[in-house]
Design a protein around this ligand. Structure first.
Ligand code: G6P
Length: 518
């Protein structure tokens, strides 16, 4: 029996060869070819391990495979080719476990190891032997996972997503722990891989990621520009990996992947490496593939996240990026002591502000009843909150299946405005920053066309409550920190609408927590 994740690129050639040998196929899948190939080597006298090794060396493409055979029932053999699918091995008491994701193992084990590309594991009940596919030995170190088994249960919550939303104040505290000093104000990033001279030599940064991680990167870019004075671009990993990006050793590539196993981000990191860029990765799990490729890791420390829709990993990625931008700003001599002191002061209050946003959720239930049956939603934001409009739309479409678009509000006149009528709810992010007046005029434009406006605005903003149909209040905060706070209403709105519509919140259709094939 074979469990397969990936794309077996040359399977048609091998299938023809095996069919000529007399193998009978029951499907058109590439996966079915793998057990036949292994069986063919076993028929010629190979053991399960030898046969799997021989088969692995003939498979092209990125594939993660687990193999079992009735002929050797006390063994599981697994291998990983290219960046497809994680294989995590859990060390239990008198048992060994294999899974594609650490979340499945956590109720049972705390010690794990990850298979790297080109590696094989032969697992029996009490031990595991690691080799490369060419047969050479591998010395593997294990990682101890600090998240308890309890975190893999829903506890008092109806869904993992809601539980994970509620865990954010604590998760943010963990992200900040040991990184922010208050007296004197400072940001420390232990294990930061680059020297101060190297940091000063960077003339540009490029942030890459997918999905929610990409949206975190879009905000991170603006922080790096404004706090560190470093030119910064942001790109979707799946685009970046196939374009002719111009990179050199003075380029800092920052990848964001909570799982550390997203195929496109890993592909983009390989490209960056081959072109000599320096790399930093933000990740939630130690020992995953992205942490092995990068020169250094900034753990986001969100704790285990099970729900497919990212919530606390998004917020913890944002907080890590904010700390990184401030750190780079200090090292580059760009961030004044006064600005740093303000940043540190506000970070001190961040978990409390997030807690405040979570304290009363009745408003979201009401909004879900009012708007949950609409067919379309528009999310608008500007500046650092434009990526939050994208994230709000993504969360809503992921879990409630409502069509939603996130736009920079300035684009409204270039198309989306034609969609606005009394059936269109528009979620407008209107923090009191230097783009406030411009957002207010966008709200006016929506109202003039009879759209409904749900504004997300700073407590005490009287203008907005006169204009919008509904207002979700966020605590007063600096413009820099509003995207982190605005993440919470985006999550709660999507969550309550999905619940109202009876959707499978934690496991939305067609989506996966980590997309390990491109
Ligand atoms: C999938 C998940 C998203 C996630 C994206 C990137 O699409 O459903 O929630 O944002 O992958 O994942 P990563 O692990 O690289 O952050």
């Amino acid at each position: 029996m074979v469990v397969h994740n990936g794309i077996f690129e040359n399977y048609l050639d091998l299938k023809r060869e095996l069919a000529d040998e007399g193998h009978i196929f029951n499907s058109q899948t590439d996966a079915e070819c793998i057990p036949h190939l292994i069986e063919s080597y076993m028929n010629n006298g190979c053991s399960l391990e030898e046969a799997t090794r021989a088969a692995a060396s003939r498979i092209d493409g990125a594939n993660a495979v687990v193999v079992l055979s009735r002929k050797e029932p006390d063994k599981i053999v697994s291998f990983k080719l290219g960046n497809a699918g994680g294989i995590v091995i859990g060390y239990g008491e008198s048992e060994m476990l294999l899974a594609s994701d650490i979340a499945a193992l956590l109720p049972h084990v705390r010690t794990v190891a990850y298979l790297a590309v080109g590696e094989m594991a032969t697992v029996t009940r009490k031990r595991v032997q690691y080799t490369r596919i060419d047969g050479s030995a591998v010395k593997k170190s294990t990682a101890r996972v600090s998240y308890g088994a309890l975190t893999a249960t829903k506890g008092e919550y109806k869904h993992f997503m809601l539980k994970e939303i509620h865990e954010q104040p604590d998760a943010v505290l963990d992200t900040l722990r040991g990184r922010v000093q208050f007296d004197p104000p400072g940001i420390t990033l232990p294990d930061f891989p680059f020297s101060d001279d190297r940091i000063r030599s960077f003339n540009r940064a490029i942030i890459i990621g997918m999905g929610t991680s990409l949206h975190a990167g879009m905000v991170g870019r603006m922080w790096i520009e404004s706090l560190a004075g470093l030119a910064c671009e942001v790109d979707n990993s799946s685009e970046f990996r196939y374009r002719d990006a111009v990179l050199d050793e003075n380029t800092l590539v920052i990848s964001i992947s909570q799982s550390g196993e997203t195929a496109d981000t890993l592909g983009a990191m390989d490209l960056a490496k081959s072109r000599g860029a320096r790399q930093l990765t933000l990740c939630n799990y130690e020992g995953t593939q992205s942490t092995r490729v990068a020169d250094g890791v900034l753990p986001i420390r969100a704790g285990l996240e099970i729900s497919v829709a990212g919530t606390k990993t998004f917020v913890c990625s944002l907080v890590t990026l904010y700390a990184l931008a401030a750190y780079l700003g200090v090292k580059r001599g760009y961030l004044s002591e006064e600005r740093l002191a303000n940043i540190v002061q506000e970070l001190l209050h961040l978990p409390e502000m997030i807690g405040q946003l979570l304290s009363d959720q009745s408003q979201y239930e009401r909004l879900a009843l009012k708007y949950g049956r609409r067919a379309n939603f528009l999310f608008l934001g500007r500046g650092k909150n434009y990526p939050l409009a994208m994230e709000g739309a993504l969360k809503l479409k992921e879990i409630s299946y409502i069509h939603a678009e996130g736009y920079p509000a300035g684009e409204m006149k270039h198309g989306p405005i034609s969609l606005i009528d009394r059936k269109m709810p528009v979620v407008a992010l209107v923090p009191q920053d230097d783009l406030y007046e411009k957002m207010l005029s966008n709200v006016n434009e929506v109202k003039a066309r009879r759209g409904s406006v749900v504004a997300v605005a700073a407590e005490g903003d009287k203008h907005i409550s006169e204009k919008a149909d509904e207002v979700i209040w966020i605590p007063k905060a600096s413009a820099n920190i509003t995207p982190i706070l605005n993440a919470i209403p985006m999550q709660l709105l999507a969550y309550y609408i999905a619940v109202e519509r009876g959707c499978d919140v934690d496991q939305p259709r067609n989506l996966a927590k980590s997309v390990t094939v491109e």
